[in-house]
Write a protein that binds this ligand. Structure first.
Ligand code: ADP
Length: 508
């Protein structure tokens, strides 16, 4: 595990990216707010102006209706309303219902260089709509004038008769409003760089603060090596995501610590198991050399013992190899349908001679006819292992019985003996690697303490399980449950149930 701090380009760091996203979001927000306020402001100012023009036009028309047919007075009044000192440049003109221009002021009278009016006469449509009672509002651009004009056309009714006698048009030059809007736009635009800078530094400080626990976790994690797996990451106990991350990583380190401890133990156990036969071989060879005897039988005895010890070591290594391949998922399970009852009968027949030699009654016949999907070879190994143990650990005049029961989903095979039994607290441990209840006795019987680990792995790889019930002195009953249909678990042998159920453990 490298303790070197990994280096990332600045722009690839989470801190940089968080700051960038933060600033971009703030900027988008500012622009959206700016545009919204700009439009709202503009609209509000136009509405206010409209209200003003409406009142102004109303006063104007009261005057017009108050002096019927006095067009000189009307003109004076129009000129008065359009006088220059107003904030907005306002102009008016009046049409009668036939579209005849009755009076006009200021901009409406202005001429262009070619002698044409600056603004054309009212269109027929507008006049028609206005006479229908509609107030029409329009924005127009006039040549030589940079800002917009607001043109409002309204029908006006004679207060005496209620009859629409004139259509009044008011034209307001919106230069002051546009000037305000321009200033507003300029203010917003010049605030953006300042705002971006503030956002960037604020965001950077925020990201730094938020990511601080990650730096702490990374710093501690860098210091944790296989030799220092007892260390844990510091928790903030805040219950936030980083605290959760620290808890998850601590759990992982804990599991790693356990696995490393088991591996070390396993290596020590394996070395110990192999050292015993080697020590015996070396000792016997040294004695034979020192004795200087000419008796070939003595040397023969040493060689025979060496071969026995070599067989023992080969047995251990073969089983270890199997288990390590099982751990890495390299043991293939070749599933084929086969008759389990026939396999059990075969086992009984094979072990009959061994049982007879040990003066043990091996019972097992009349198995119900049952076909299962599985690896016959591996299952043979499993049952042979259990029956071998039962015979090994049952004293003379004892009994070993094999039975088989089938239910709707499973087949249960039990191997019950009247042997020495297993103490309650060790019944789960016997499935661990190199675990033996009585090591000295096991060596006499030639056991390595790996048989049950392998048996459980095979059962699990078939989607089944092995359980044991035992009482010291009264005997043991091992039950193997196997599914009738091919189970998914470990179907390809790649899954390694042994990793969870056959934990490597210390020898007794
Ligand atoms: P071994 O090769 O030593 O038999 P196993 O993995 O097959 O290794 O068994 C582990 C240990 O479980 C044995 O050493 C023994 O102490 C105990 N054991 C297994 N089967 C029996 C049994 N039928 N009766 C009593 N003890 C048993």
């Amino acid at each position: 595990m490298s303790s070197k701090r990994p280096r990332f380009a600045f722009f690839r760091r989470a801190r940089f990216r968080l700051t960038l996203y933060y600033t971009a979001i703030q900027l988008l927000f500012l622009i959206a707010l700016g545009v919204f306020l700009y439009i709202r402001n503009d609209r509000s100012m136009v509405i206010e102006l409209e209200k003003f023009i409406k009142d102004d036009a109303h006063d104007l028309m009261l005057n017009v209706y108050g002096h019927p047919n006095d067009w000189a007075a009307t003109q004076r009044r129009l000129d008065y309303e359009s006088r220059g000192e107003r904030y907005y440049e306002l102009s008016y003109r009046l049409y009668d219902p036939t579209g005849k221009l009755m009076a006009s002021s200021r901009t409406f009278r202005e001429k262009r260089a070619d002698g044409q009016n600056l603004i054309g006469p009212i269109s027929e449509d507008t006049l028609h709509d206005a006479l229908e009672g509609e107030a029409i509002e329009d924005f127009v651009h006039l040549p030589g004038r940079p800002s917009r004009h607001l043109l409002i056309t309204r029908p006006t009714a004679d207060p005496a008769t209620g009859e629409t006698r004139y259509v009044v048009q008011a034209l307001a030059y919106l230069e002051p409003l546009d000037k305000l809007s321009r200033r507003y736009r300029h203010n917003i635009l010049s605030a953006i760089p300042v705002f971006v800078l503030i956002s960037w530094f604020g965001g950077y400080a925020l990201a730094r603060k938020v990511l601080k626990p990650v730096f702490q976790i990374a710093r501690t994690a860098r210091q944790i090596t296989s030799a220092r797996l007892n260390e844990r990451l510091a928790r903030s106990n805040s219950g936030d995501e980083f605290d959760m991350l620290a808890v998850t990583l601590n759990d992982m380190i804990h599991r790693l610590e356990e696995s490393f401890a088991l591996l070390r133990q396993f290596a020590a156990d394996a070395a110990h198991e192999l050292r015993t036969p080697l020590t015996i071989m070396k000792g016997e060879a040294e004695i034979a050399l020192r004795s200087n005897t000419d008796d070939p039988e003595a040397y023969r005895g040493v060689l025979e013992s060496s071969i026995r010890e070599c067989d023992h070591m080969i047995g251990i290594i073969t089983n270890l190899l199997f288990l390590s391949q099982a751990d890495t998922g390299d043991v293939a399970i070749d599933r084929q349908p086969f008759r389990l009852d026939e396999l059990l009968a075969e086992i009984v027949e094979t072990f009959q001679i061994l049982a007879e030699e040990a003066q043990i009654a091996l019972e097992g016949d009349d198995f119900p006819e049952v076909t299962i999907q599985g690896d016959r070879c591996r299952l043979h190994e499993l049952f042979a292992n259990l029956v071998d143990n039962a015979v090994k650990y049952t004293p003379a005049n004892g009994r070993v019985a094999i039975t088989c029961e089938v239910d709707a989903q499973e087949v249960h095979v039990t191997i019950a003996d009247t042997g020495i039994g297993i103490p309650e607290d060790q019944q789960e441990k016997i499935f661990e690697r190199f675990y033996r209840v009585d090591r000295s006795r096991s060596r006499e019987t030639g056991g390595y303490g790996l048989g049950l680990s392998i048996a459980r792995w095979i059962a699990n790889a078939h989607g089944g399980r092995i359980t044991v019930h035992s009482a010291p002195g009264a005997g043991s009953t091992f039950t193997v449950g196997l599914p009738l249909l091919a189970a998914a678990a470990g179907a390809d042998g790649a899954d390694s149930p042994s990793r969870t159920s056959n934990g490597m453990a210390r020898s007794a």
